[in-house]
Design a binder for this molecule. Sequence first.
Ligand SMILES: [Zn+2]
Length: 443
Amino acid sequence: MPPSGQVLLSGGTLIDGTGGVPRPGTDVLLEVDRIVAVGDDATMAAGPEVVRLDVGGLTVMPGLIDAHCHVTFGEPASNDELFFHRPQSTSMLLAAFNVSKLLRSGVTGFLDPDCIFDLGPALRDGIEAGLVEGPRMRAGLNALLTASGGTAGRLIPDHGQLGYAHVVGGRDEMVRVTRQQIKFGADWIKIHVTGSLPHTGGEVAGWSLVELRAITETAHALSTPCVAHCRTAESTRLAADAGVDLIFHASYLDEPAVEALISSGAAVAPTFTFLANLADHGAKVGAKADQVDIFRGEISATADMLRVAYDAGVPILCGSESGFSLTPYGHWHAREMEILVEAMGLTPLQAITCATRNGAIALRQPIDSIGVIAPGARADVLVVDGDPSVDISVLGDRRRLRHVFSRGRSVDLARPWPERSPLAGEKVGMWSTELLTWDRVNP
Ligand SMILES: [Zn+2]
């Protein structure tokens, strides 16, 4: 790398992330953390020490921004494993090991909305300081829940902290914990608005509008946005009315919820990927069959109204919910774009904009300052063998990534993919998968 750090990507087809048509034969000039120039200007602005890369026949595009990725979860197969089987120290080692996989699969920025223990901000700072190799990260601390819990039933305590959860009760505690999280470095406040009560099917909202407002008003007063998990139409409407800035899932959207999204200006990261992975491939890895129809139905019941919201200008972001056994790190970050094309009818270029330019919202950066290829934008750039404007699925195939530039620096893609062995005590074995009844052995 020369002192100027300049790299000229020469002769590629440019997809700039704004939704504009691909431009063949368009040069891009990068330097450390800045795109200097695009097109003929790039060739003219290149200094004598520029490193010229011939990328003719390849696609040049912005790095992906994953708006929903749990980098500290460590790919658990169950809530039990996520909540109880990892000490803090091991969890941090795992997170540092896993986060480099994001970068090497084309993710140059991501939002980790909630973490186990208090790992998120520390990992983010470690990446920024160069201790750990990883993409740009924005981090939340624990997700805020009420005593009705979240998606882990009775594993969630009635109050206090466990795993990714911080259970808060009463306005004073909600305000205090929100301020405390911001003090300790949270970029976002995550609210788990819906959860599944152990005795009911589906998820229900565990928060009132007044309670949600206590969080959003406190966070906004300290210049911090809020992100909410909402898997019903009612909760999406509630969260949007309360001023939540980014909504995950927004499942089963209806007209009032879409109206609330439009008038509040909230963005949505539907995060269909986890549902689609379980529905399409779960059987291959032993997932429970009874969830397949539910999850497939949730996508189809959400996509049409989400399209209405998209057409009305609601920003849609791409999130993968990577961090579980069904969404391991480095494998599924591009799949959300495929689902937006298939289920919502977006064009591949529109879907790419959701995963790049719109990702600036998750990173708390001004639109068009990151996630686009334009002079002055941050230098997070992919070079891909294939044409994602025709076949969006090429972005999910890591073998097609020719170059990843993060902050203007080339990421070494030639190294072997990170592999590891199980840690001592990492997985707790089951005694059996079925009951050993007397009849079973005495037919
Ligand atoms: Zn999540």
